[in-house]
Design a protein around this ligand. Structure first.
Ligand code: HEC
Length: 444
């Protein structure tokens, strides 16, 4: 059986991985600067003709009045004023937020919003060239968004959720109060077993500023259940890959774990978070049962004060063949980066993915079907996490303090959310053979 079933860069030492990333950012910066020099004879891009199309397509969804970002990027004057900081955020690939490392491991993600190198180059040359306006007659139309869409997935799924489950009653977070970790239990009222296609979590409008995360798990009537959904800043919804679904049984209760924190505006906020579920029709079953689980948890964390590059490792033994559909790092305030690696039984290792971390964004990286990692049973998943507990991390509270494992954002965690489904030996071998066939026929 061969495991060389997807693209990878072999045998990286993790330290090299990190320094290569920095090198890569440096190279990109140099490349972009070189581009500027080379382009100096040519005309400088303008807002109306070159930059607005990029910003309107990639930024305005969040950077417009009434959405989640701090400023609107529709008008020329504002975009020009933010020019240098926009340049910084796009060159470092912090905006649009999608931090998976493009130089390491498996490549190919569903709904990857990243700008192309060429688009980044255009923005950089525009900023460096004095940010000219151009002819406003050529400005593209400002994208319009429906104001009243209750659920962001409604458009993509073509209908509102089939089932909406709120927390049992409203919960008020008092001004200036401490952090709260609430457990609530809600009835789903389901009378038949169903399969979840997609989910979205919505704090109420007043609750939005105080809900830091909201996780649900299922409690089946006969016991068992498992993880269902997660909401955290920057992450509200997920659609399960085609052909997969999460099983939710008749009579299931939803167990909520919600982290509330007082709002910065110094007022009370009352929340009633709801979970919207899109379900497969009653008589339909998906081909595969999708599972979302913590993997490689490490709770034995020991991060000294003042340390800029602490590292932890966690391991998970894989008992069945699995096909991984998504990787989502999970760290807290101090986290800077996480990598997911597989160690095979013959001791070979492959780096699957690395992603930088920003506590403001919890992003699931969904692999395209053709590159979803195929992991044979008996392998070990290895998760490496890095933390910055020094003055250079604006998220670190008081970097003189030691930090260990815990629930508060100021404590730390180290695990990956992994979405996967199990494969029988036959299914696994067939999937590997299909990959090999594609490699041989050169259509990869
Ligand atoms: C998914 C929503 C989203 C998208 C898409 C997005 N942004 Fe942002 N942006 C935010 C949020 C929220 C913040 C504030 C939190 C943060 O900095 O992470 C932000 C912050 C920024 C900042 C820093 C503002 C400051 O004062 O610190 C800049 C600059 C920026 N975005 C530029 C862009 C550009 C340029 C694009 C498109 C190429 C873009 N963003 C796409 C949501 C988004």
């Amino acid at each position: 059986m061969s495991f060389q079933s997807f693209n990878y860069i072999p045998d990286f030492e993790l330290s090299i991985v990190r320094s290569q990333t920095k090198l890569w950012v440096l190279t990109l910066t140099l490349f972009v600067s070189a581009g500027v020099t080379a382009q100096q004879g040519q005309s400088i891009p303008t807002f109306a003709e070159d930059v607005a199309p990029i910003i309107y397509d990639n930024c305005v969804e969040c950077h417009r009045p009434g959405s989640i970002a701090p400023m609107s990027l529709i008008d020329y004057e504002v975009v020009r004023a933010f020019g240098p900081i926009i340049k910084d955020r796009v060159v470092s690939r912090k905006m649009p937020p999608f931090f998976v490392d493009k130089t390491i491991g498996v490549q190919g993600f569903i709904d990857d919003p990243s700008l192309s190198d060429q688009e980044i180059g255009t923005i950089v040359r525009w900023v460096d060239g004095g940010a000219p306006q151009g002819d406003l007659d050529n400005l593209p139309a400002v994208p319009q968004y429906e104001q009243q869409v209750a659920w962001t997935l409604e458009d993509e799924m073509g209908r509102p959720p089939d089932l909406v489950v709120p927390i049992p009653e409203p919960f008020t977070v008092p001004a200036g109060g401490p952090n709260w970790w609430m457990t609530f239990v809600s009835e789903t009222g389901l009378t038949r077993d169903r399969w979840v296609q997609a989910f979205e979590t919505k704090p109420s409008a007043d609750g939005y500023p105080v809900v830091h995360h909201a996780v649900t798990s299922m409690r089946f009537p006969e016991g068992g259940g498992g993880f269902l959904s997660e909401y955290a800043l920057g992450k509200t919804a997920d659609i399960n890959p085609p052909g997969t679904g999460q099983l939710i049984k008749a009579g299931t209760e939803l167990v909520w774990n919600i982290h509330y924190a007082a709002a910065a505006d110094g007022t009370d906020h009352t929340d009633r978070t709801q979970l919207g579920l899109w379900l497969l029709p009653e008589d339909e079953e998906p081909e595969n049962r999708l599972i979302r689980a913590h993997m490689a948890d490490n709770e034995d964390l020991d991060i000294a004060g003042g340390v800029a590059n602490a590292r932890t490792d966690g391991y998970e033994f894989i008992e069945e063949n699995i096909r991984i559909t998504a990787f989502q790092p999970h760290l807290h305030n101090l986290g800077t980066r996480q990598c997911l690696e597989v160690i095979y039984q013959d001791n070979r290792r492959q780096m699957l993915s690395c992603a930088d971390w920003d506590f403001g964004w919890h992003i699931a990286y969904n692999y395209e079907e053709d590159v979803q990692p195929l992991i044979p049973k008996g392998s070990m998943i290895h998760v490496t996490s890095w933390y910055n507990n020094s003055l250079t991390n604006p998220w670190a509270g008081d970097s003189r303090n030691w930090v260990g494992f815990g629930q508060r954002s100021t404590d730390e965690m180290a695990f990956s959310w992994i979405s996967y489904y199990e494969l029988t030996d036959e299914e696994f071998e067939a999937a590997v053979a299909e990959r090999q066939q594609r490699l041989i026929s050169g259509t990869d």
